[in-house]
Design a protein around this ligand. Sequence first.
Ligand code: ZN
Length: 326
Amino acid sequence: MAIVNPCPCGSNKEYALCCKPFHQGAPAENALLLMRSRYSAYVLNLPDYIVKTTHPANPQYSDHLFSWKRSISKFSKKFSFHSLEILDFKEKNALATVTFTVHMSQGGRDATFTEKSYFEKMGSLWLYRSGQLEEGYAPNFVTAGLLRLLPLAYYGDSVLRKKAEPLTEITKELKDLVEEMIETMEACDGMGLAAPQVHHSIRLFIICAPIEIAPDQIELGEIKVFINPKILSSSEETWETPEGCLSIPSLRCNVKRPKEITVEYLSLDGSLRKERFTGWEARAILHEYDHIEGILFIDRIDPQEQTKFQPFLQNLEKRIHDGRAL
Ligand code: ZN
């Protein structure tokens, strides 16, 4: 029997028997089905569905629903969607990745891209958390090994307010945790990540050493691991610039920090190091160090600004707590 109204996701099924039920409110049973239904929602210009299935921690998430939906709709209209190709799908507990290629064009010009998307299940709903563009077109791209992503602790979670415990030894488990933290940080496009942010109340953090290539332009460099760090000294001289935090998505505000610090810490190979850090690198370390002390960057902004951000924070806490995007 011929398919009368094929689903745009390319499943070779009737739309009514494929993505339509999801678009009408049925929850997708897994991240792959959610991915397909989000693709077909883009094709069919259904911005409500895209918004409803976006994780509150997604960088694109906005409380300004009207303009957000308008920009999704613009994207739908601007491109011609040709096909969706799924390259890889992995699921572990409440986390999943889907790597896919979207074949599309704009005004006759090819605009094909490949993306690795991260999904998180909150409550009973799968939500799109973030996506990373993979370079170029990779038709046979399949990642090997296990999915190594950790669920983040968001604003309002008590683990973020605890003073973390020192580590007594560097075990295989700790090394595995560091590997998982690195993948999580990269998936979320973070500059640093502290263990309490992934629900481990221990004195450990990682940074992706920022390099200032020009004023206000930073490139992420080498990954550094800090175990049981101590800030031995900080300079009198301070500087102020906007900071963000993976645990408080989409908030950025000015934080004053020392320009230079000296830190003593254990590296992952167990050696004790004493190093001086300046500028952005010092800032990233101090931000993460605060996390193991139970301090958040919003505690360091002036009280007037804090009052201004209060409604945003309450809203965020509610959104995260309810486990849904709207
Ligand atoms: Zn942070």
